[in-house]
Design a protein around this ligand. Structure first.
Ligand code: AP5
Ligand code: MG
Length: 216
């Protein structure tokens, strides 16, 4: 199954992708995670991407498309993949169509996790992740006596630079302007399925799993 997970910042794409990759044994390709890793390692690409990420803007299409095309050509994607945070512009969606065509493949489904704006803001404000193993948490769901330490590996829990209020609001604006038109793009391709993401993560996972099970 070749799956695209769509939705605004804070919708729960990464949270669902972490659960789905294990259940369906397919790689999770998150362009945001790829960029954050490159920033951490201070690679040329990371230094370039950080300029945009810190402002809540999109990294230029040519950079992002190149990264995803290379990743999809790797052997572990032969049995399917889960794209999280890509495509985000019409140019990226068209490039993905081209890559898929060349590989003789097609998008199986584009799952749009739809969440109310006030909930998105709360989720982004409360998000922390482990600096070591990258597990994502939310402060509202952590026990009040342990909001600093990862329960899995003991690493320090940190806030993403782009989750600061001003940058997060910019990301939501950029999503509306540049990414939300893709819902129509995939609707026309008859692969779009809208999911109610206002529920808790387990409820959302159950809905997406049922949908994917029916497609297998
Ligand atoms: P990226 O990392 O992709 O960020 P995003 O799309 O803004 O999405 P988020 O990661 O913020 O949200 P999410 O939907 O994954 O939510 P999560 O599961 O963490 O991109 C970052 C930047 O990189 C971009 O701004 C851009 O600069 C650049 N970039 C990336 N891709 C690009 C591209 N294709 N082109 C150009 N530039 C690109 O959940 C959020 C919080 O809510 C967590 O705390 C979680 O625990 C909690 N939560 C999740 N689900 C639930 C639930 N159901 N109930 C309660 N809490 C929940
Ligand atoms: Mg994410």
């Amino acid at each position: 199954m070749n799956i695209i997970l769509m939705g605004p910042p804070g919708a729960g794409k990464g949270t669902q992708a972490s659960l789905l990759k294990d259940k369906y044994n397919i790689p999770h390709i998150s362009t945001g995670d790829i960029f954050r890793e490159a920033v951490e390692k201070s690679t040329d690409m990371g230094i370039e991407a950080k300029k945009y990420m810190d402002k809540g803007q999109l990294v230029p299409d040519e950079v992002t498309i190149g990264i995803v095309s290379d990743r999809l050509a790797q052997g572990d994607c032969a049995k399917g993949f889960l794209l999280d945070g890509f495509p985000r512009t019409t140019v990226q969606a068209q490039a993905l169509d081209e890559v898929m065509k060349k590989m003789g493949k097609a998008i199986s489904v584009a799952v749009n996790i739809s969440v109310s704006s006030n909930i998105l803001i709360e989720r982004i404000a409360g998000r922390v992740s482990c600096g070591k193993c990258k597990t994502v948490y939310n402060l509202t769901l952590l026990p009040p006596d342990n909001t600093h330490t990862c329960v899995k590996c003991g690493g320090e829990l940190i806030q993403r630079d782009d989750d600061k209020a001003e940058t997060a609001l910019k990301r939501l604006e950029v999503y509306q302007a540049q990414t939300s038109p893709l819902l129509e793009y995939y609707e026309k391709q008859k692969v779009l399925v809208n999911i109610d993401g206002d529920k808790g993560s387990e409820g959302v996972f159950e809905i997406i799993s049922k949908l994917l099970d029916a497609l297998q």
